[in-house]
Design a protein around this ligand. Structure first.
Ligand code: CMX
Length: 455
């Protein structure tokens, strides 16, 4: 069934389900927050609903009911359908979605002109966020909201915005690569028309791969793009980019505003930019030791990084407590297609050393009265740069753009569902340090007095 029709069928069912859950369970507690959590990035506090996916600490990403490693062969647009509807699409539904994206794949000159006008040292993530923000003038949600629309219809123009944005993304991301890295051309003579035109017989990811100037005689790069876009699509609702997108969208800002904002969060080195940082770290390691380093050399470099107060990029996670299955999938891809690649081999070796170093360093931290490191294992960013590097995409500042093309699917799916279910404005309560000091201790004293009186 076409995506639009499937949503039209399912949304009333989900609305009813939400009503029932709220009426039978609405007053039950799902979380309590400690002072440490309030100071600590709200880590672990259950405070929002996200149905597209969940991240289990000991299993990793589960999209609807499917553990990620069971669905890595799906096309990215099939994943988008699954994220939104909870079902895998039929071949007809996939074709229909591919046609919808193809119909919206032409990006207009004003986006190209604006990107070319940016200073040459602008980071590719800034270019991506800017391009999406500039396209906000095309938002159907904003147009229809301004002219008056019923709340229960919000999801429809939000879906249209999502399709416009997804259709445009391969072209925008390819433009950024071309403008930023020139690829042998002068900025003034580059033309938007030089990008490979959209091929309606190919899927979304293959069109993206086609538009990038990467030689791919074996078809390996196109396979990697499919896997990459599938793996990075979503990571439940509380991570920085999803949470920011959710919050901005909750003010009924349209998808262009909300996704652009979410991607600004993904551009941080503790989040999506870690893939850039990780490959940089790996290349510095190889440079320092003239090639594939020994286990001891990796250990020395990891300790140097930690003792200089920096994080080892690509390791640790706010939720996961095992090796990220996304890392496992990329590692398996590298082992299958280019096990001899020295950068890939180094990443693989780092995986054998860094968890032990982080564990030992964490024990040192605890002795010194600091927080332990909660997770020593690699996250997706530990392996996602080396596989792109293998195919000649050596400009690691661009890697988070790749991540973003995929993650936009999750952000958009969450936005559409939130508008369909009437999720209200996000507005958690903050408290001041003074309040914590005065109120918490006062409450504890009161409690003790009551307890003593009762005795
Ligand atoms: N290297 C060094 N120290 C680390 C570390 C790492 N890889 N991972 C965690 N720590 C430190 C934290 O900085 C924190 O130190 P302070 O208490 O001094 O601030 C301490 O260990 C406790 O942190 P945590 O509870 O284990 O982890 P957080 O939930 O606070 O942070 C994350 C999670 C991802 C930011 C952190 O592990 C990190 O900085 N990793 C490296 C960057 C990275 O790979 N980010 C990508 C994550 C995936 C993604 O979103 O794309």
């Amino acid at each position: 069934m076409r995506l639009q029709d499937k949503l039209t069928e399912m949304i009333p069912v989900w609305r009813e389900e939400k009503k029932e859950v709220l009426s039978s369970l609405g007053s039950k507690k799902i979380a309590e927050a400690t002072v440490a959590q309030a100071f600590g990035g709200m880590r672990g506090i259950k405070g929002m609903i996200c149905d597209t996916s969940v991240v289990e600490p000991d299993k990793g990403l589960i999209i609807r009911e499917y553990p990620l490693l069971e669905i890595t062969d799906m096309l990215p647009e099939e994943i988008f359908y699954l994220l939104l509807t909870g079902e895998k699409p039929t071949p007809d539904a996939t074709k229909s979605l591919q046609n919808d994206l193809a119909d919206r794949s032409e990006v207009k000159d004003y986006v190209w002109d604006a990107l070319r006008a940016l200073p040459e040292d602008t980071h590719p993530m800034n270019m991506l966020s800017t391009a999406i923000l500039i396209m906000e003038r095309e938002s159907q949600f904003r147009k229809q909201y301004t002219s008056g629309m019923k709340k229960e219809d919000y999801w429809q123009p939000m879906l249209e915005d999502a399709l416009i944005l997804m259709g445009a993304l391969p072209c925008i991301a390819a433009m950024i690569y071309k403008i930023k890295y020139k690829k042998g051309l002068k900025r003034d003579t580059m033309r938007l028309d030089d990008l490979t035109p959209w091929d309606r017989n190919l899927d979304w990811g293959a069109n993206f791969a086609n538009k990038l100037p990467i030689d791919d005689p074996t078809g390996g790069f196109a396979k990697l793009v499919q896997l990459y876009l599938t793996l990075h699509c979503d990571h439940e609702g509380g991570n920085v980019s999803a949470n920011v997108c959710h919050t901005v969208g909750s003010a009924l800002s349209d998808a262009f505003y909300a996704v652009s904002a979410g991607l600004n969060g993904l551009a941080g080195p503790l989040h999506g930019l870690a893939n850039q940082e990780c490959l940089k770290w790996t290349l510095e390691l190889m440079d320092k030791y003239n090639g594939t380093p020994s286990l001891q050399e990796i250990e020395d470099m990891a300790y140097n990084t930690l003792r200089s107060g920096k994080v080892v990029p690509g390791y640790g996670h706010a939720v996961l407590r095992v090796t990220d299955p996304r890392f496992t999938a990329l590692n398996a891809f590298g082992n299958k297609h280019f096990p001899e690649d020295p950068v890939f081999q180094t990443v693989d070796r780092v995986f054998n050393v860094v968890p032990k170093v982080l564990e030992a360093f964490s024990a040192e931290r605890v002795k010194a009265g600091k927080n332990p490191i909660a997770n020593f294992w690699p996250n997706v960013d530990a392996g996602s740069g080396a596989v792109l590097y293998h195919y000649g995409m050596t400009e690691f500042e661009y890697y988070t753009v790749f991540f973003s093309v995929s993650r936009t699917m999750g952000m958009l799916a969450q936005l559409i569902l939130n508008r369909a279910l009437g999720t209200p404005l996000t507005r958690p309560k903050s408290v001041s340090t003074k309040w914590v000091k005065e109120t918490i201790s006062k409450k504890q004293i009161e409690k003790r007095l009551i307890w003593e009186e009762k005795k």
